[in-house]
Write a protein that binds this ligand. Structure first.
Ligand SMILES: Nc1nc2c(ncn2[C@@H]2O[C@H](COP(=O)(O)OP(=O)(O)OP(=O)(O)O)[C@@H](O)[C@H]2O)c(=O)[nH]1
Length: 416
């Protein structure tokens, strides 16, 4: 009887565990779909990485097609009726020239807008040649199947598979190619015919397969990018990404004449916390602290756009606030210290324990480098530690700490 009861309880627990697993699986699937649906969940830095991929591939394809387009003139001599050979050869040379111009456009390789424009131009050049050659063939009384020219839209749709694209972008490319095909069929007077409908159907099937490959490629690129740039424990940006952001943001803010501030944070007495409560409890604190930082940099307000929180190493974290001066940075530091006081964690022993952090704040000075800025934030952090911890210090005011007015009165703490 007891065994029976236990097995029923066990079955119920198993059921609830599998329901949780199912729910988690569904949420993960939804997030995976949202990740590849549009660019809305992509970071500025991932957009730059993808833009560079697109840039390299569009240029490579443009070069290959420019060579092939011209070389195909000789094949046309063998396959096409003599009356249209010259006109189509002109079309080939013009489109090759346009492809070479696209290849020569080397500016803004990291701009996603420019990368998508390049891709649109590539498709436009190929579709333009397709429409032109069809018009030449039809006006001379030939079908576009005369030398395999009906193959063109299929090639353009299949080409999508080479690029990492979002669902929205795949739909846009497919819709454009299908529209051109429908127009071509209408102009030839064959729209609605069995072989034309068959061509549209095949084009659609090929678009789904090529689009799938393209979206998968984007998903893989995003996954690899996140693995390479995120800290596994906290999910924040890792040191490498923090440094890349900082260097890029400092240059950008200097160019635009905007301020930029950073906060360097270090959990207080974390070694003794680990020694007293265990490494697993320490990990829980690190995750909780990461949650507090993530909240601070969420781009809810316009002025938070581009803010980044990262784990700099061990129990050291960094926040970058592009466009923000010392006043706002100090405000953020105050909010983080206060949030730590209000966020005790439950550790594996069942105890609730609190934690605090010390913060060094620095705002970029004219002509400073990212390493100068980091060094000053580190010095300010050291000053915060040596003047008692659980507080923030603004760089430049370390020696006059009592007079800054920025010192924090520790709130009532949950016993550690
Ligand atoms: N649980 C856990 N501990 C970590 C991790 N990374 C680093 N630590 C610990 O963080 C502690 C860092 O301690 P210290 O740099 O000596 O400084 P502290 O004890 O925090 O003292 P102050 O910084 O002076 O307040 C070490 O005990 C590390 O083992 C981690 O991923 N998980």
């Amino acid at each position: 009887m007891t065994d029976f009861k236990q097995s029923r309880v066990g079955a119920r627990i198993g059921f609830s565990v599998s329901m949780d697993g199912l729910r988690l699986g569904l949420v993960k699937m939804l997030l995976d779909i949202l990740d590849v649906f549009s660019v809305s969940r992509h970071s500025r830095y991932f957009n730059q990485t993808r833009a560079h991929h697109l840039y390299k591939r569009v240029r490579l394809i443009a070069l290959l097609l420019a060579v092939l387009q011209t070389a195909w003139v000789f094949v046309d001599q063998l396959l096409l009726p003599a009356s249209v050979q010259n006109s189509i050869a002109i079309g080939r040379v013009v489109s090759s020239g346009a492809l070479l111009l696209l290849l020569a456009w080397y500016k803004h390789p990291y701009s996603l807008g420019c990368a998508l424009l390049r891709l649109a131009l590539l498709i436009l050049i190929l579709s333009g040649f397709q429409t032109y050659s069809n018009a030449v063939l039809f006006s001379a009384g030939y079908e576009h199947s005369v030398a395999g020219y009906q193959f063109f839209p299929f090639m353009i749709v299949a080409m999508q598979a080479i690029f990492p694209l979002t669902v929205v972008e795949v739909i846009a490319v497919t819709a454009a190619v299908m529209l051109i095909e429908v127009l071509t069929q209408t102009l030839s007077g064959h729209f609605g015919g069995v072989s034309e409908l068959n061509a549209l159907w095949l084009l659609g099937v090929l678009a789904v397969i090529a689009g799938w490959a393209s979206i998968n490629q984007l998903g893989m690129l995003l996954g690899l990018y996140r693995q390479a740039t995120r800290d596994a424990l906290t999910g924040l940006a890792n040191r490498r990404q923090v440094m890349e952001h900082l260097e890029g943001d400092v240059l950008l803010c200097q160019d635009e004449g905007r301020p930029i501030s950073i906060l360097m944070m270090d959990l207080d007495k974390f070694k003794s916390f680990n020694d007293n409560h265990g490494h697993a409890a320490g990990d829980i604190v690190l995750k909780q602290f990461a949650k507090i930082l993530r909240k601070q940099v969420q781009p809810k307000a316009r002025d938070r756009k581009g803010n980044l929180a990262g784990r700099f190493g061990g129990e050291e974290f960094l926040i970058i606030l592009p466009g923000q001066g010392a006043e706002r940075a100090v405000e953020v530091a105050e909010q983080i210290c206060a949030a730590c006081h209000l966020s005790p964690v439950r550790i594996p022993s069942g105890e609730q324990v609190g934690f605090t952090t010390s913060i060094g704040v620095a705002t970029l000075l004219p002509d400073e480098t990212p390493s100068d800025l980091l060094r000053r934030a580190d010095e300010a952090l050291y000053a915060a530690k040596s003047s008692g911890r659980d507080r923030h210090v603004l760089s430049g005011e370390e020696r006059d700490n009592d007079a800054t007015g920025y010192e924090y009165e520790p709130a009532e703490k949950v016993p550690v």
